[in-house]
Design a protein around this ligand. Structure first.
Ligand code: PMP
Ligand code: GLN
Length: 396
């Protein structure tokens, strides 16, 4: 123990306590509630991918430090995936880097690319690690708020333009967007890309939910827009795409200079991770299109199952165009504070959810919104919907 009165946690991190996901998952466990908080599937990904991990482990592939940038098989598979899906061609040796989940990719990118004092413009609500990593890098976050508009949360492009100053170094974009489920349109992305080029900004784009887009929504990587490939770091994750969140295999694809910069930071974070899993994910990325189509169709059905349940329980539902989260407005239930609501929810009906306010600098703007994850078995979602119905009867 130190004898001074100085707090142990440094100033950069002082505002970040335990993540809301850990807090709410612990609450689910201690109350025996259905956990629709933290976003992880309750069914593992494809059996053949699991088997590929077992084989790698048994054959002694990846049990010792894999190469710093990731095993060549995986880097090649990532490049092939970007080419096949989006027509983006990357050199697996110089333009792809494997990371310990998207979380490390985000951290390494921000630590590598942001100087203390640089401004980072990020969409608000933002995924919680963005704020912490901008802070660790000594940057200043400048949130641009997505606001409810006709059933979804939309970006105000004029506000985005106005947020960029001479100190802005980087735009941190997330599409499909956690927690709102918004998928940025081609038109919106065009404006973001033009802004980045005009103001000579770097762009880090978190596209971990790239395969989870529904209805007419389409995922278009920012790197495909004119002038963007050379300034954009694109982030993907096997956790989301193949339902193995515990494996922590993520990646970036970008231009060689940016990949080298991010690698410099990454090598001092984990150096490497997930050896045998890298072999399995290399195989997963080569699954036929039917895997991705089935995954999406399955999640779409789950979205509609939970959205219906939430509507019947009295929530206003923002039906997401992407991700596996539904943001709701609790005001029709006579509630206004998501924190209070989420802390009481296990007791009231045995369900855990996430208060969106934690993803805001402007907490009051997020206060009435609550996020539910639908990446769960159908029977679990049915049970949750039934339990949530108690809110409707309690209110009437
Ligand atoms: N970005 C977003 C938007 C996420 O929702 C998550 C986690 N669900 C991550 C990054 C982290 O991904 P990983 O588990 O691969 O570190
Ligand atoms: N990304 C997941 C979510 O939004 C949580 C991951 C984590 O707990 N860090 O729920």
């Amino acid at each position: 123990m130190t004898s001074t009165a100085r707090p142990l946690l440094n100033r950069r991190l002082a505002e970040f306590g335990t993540t809301i996901f850990a807090e709410m998952s612990a609450l689910a466990l201690s109350t025996g509630s259905i956990n629709l908080g933290q976003g992880f599937p309750d069914t593992d990904g494809p059996e053949e991918v699991r088997e590929a991990a077992v084989r790698a482990l048994r054959d002694g592939r990846g049990n010792q430090y894999p190469p710093g940038p990731g095993i060549p098989e995986l880097r090649t598979a990532i490049a092939a995936h970007q080419e096949r899906r989006y027509g983006l061609s990357y050199d697996p040796d110089t333009e792809v880097l494997v990371t310990a989940g998207a979380t490390e990719a985000i951290a390494a990118a921000l630590l590598a690319l942001v100087e203390p004092g640089d401004e980072v413009v990020a969409l608000e609500p933002y995924y919680d690690s963005y704020a912490a990593c901008i802070a660790m890098a000594g940057g200043t976050r400048v949130p641009v708020t997505l606001r409810p508009h006709e059933g979804s949360f939309r970006l105000d492009l004029d506000e985005l333009r106005a947020a960029v100053t001479d100190r802005t170094r980087l735009l941190l974009i997330n599409t499909p967007h956690n927690p709102t489920g918004t998928v940025l349109t081609r038109e919106e992305l065009t404006v973001i890309a033009e802004l980045a080029v005009e103001r000579d900004l770097l762009v880090v784009t978190d596209e971990v939910y790239e395969h989870l887009v529904f209805d007419e929504a389409e995922h278009v990587p920012l790197a495909t827009f004119p002038g963007m490939r050379e300034r954009t770091v694109t982030i993907g994750s096997a956790g989301k795409t193949f339902s193995f969140t515990g494996w922590k295999v993520g990646w970036i694809s970008s231009a060689p200079g940016l990949v080298a910069a991010v690698r410099s930071a990454k090598q001092f974070l984990t150096y490497v991770a997930s050896g045998p899993f890298q072999y399995a994910v290399a195989e997963a990325l080569r699954l036929p299109d039917s895997y991705f189509a089935d995954f999406r169709a399955d999640m779409l059905a789950k979205r509609d199952l939970l959205a219906g349940g939430l509507e019947r329980a009295g929530f206003k539902v923002f039906r997401p165009a992407g991700t596996y989260f539904i943001t709701t407005d609790i005001r029709p239930l006579g509630e206004s504070d998501g924190f209070t609501f989420c802390r009481a929810l296990p007791e009231r009906c045995g369900v855990v959810a996430i208060p969106n306010a934690v993803f805001y600098d402007h907490r009051e703007q997020g206060a009435p919104f609550v996020r539910f994850a639908f990446c769960k078995r159908d029977d679990v979602l049915h049970e949750a919907a039934g339990r949530l119905r108690r809110l409707a009867s309690a209110g009437s």
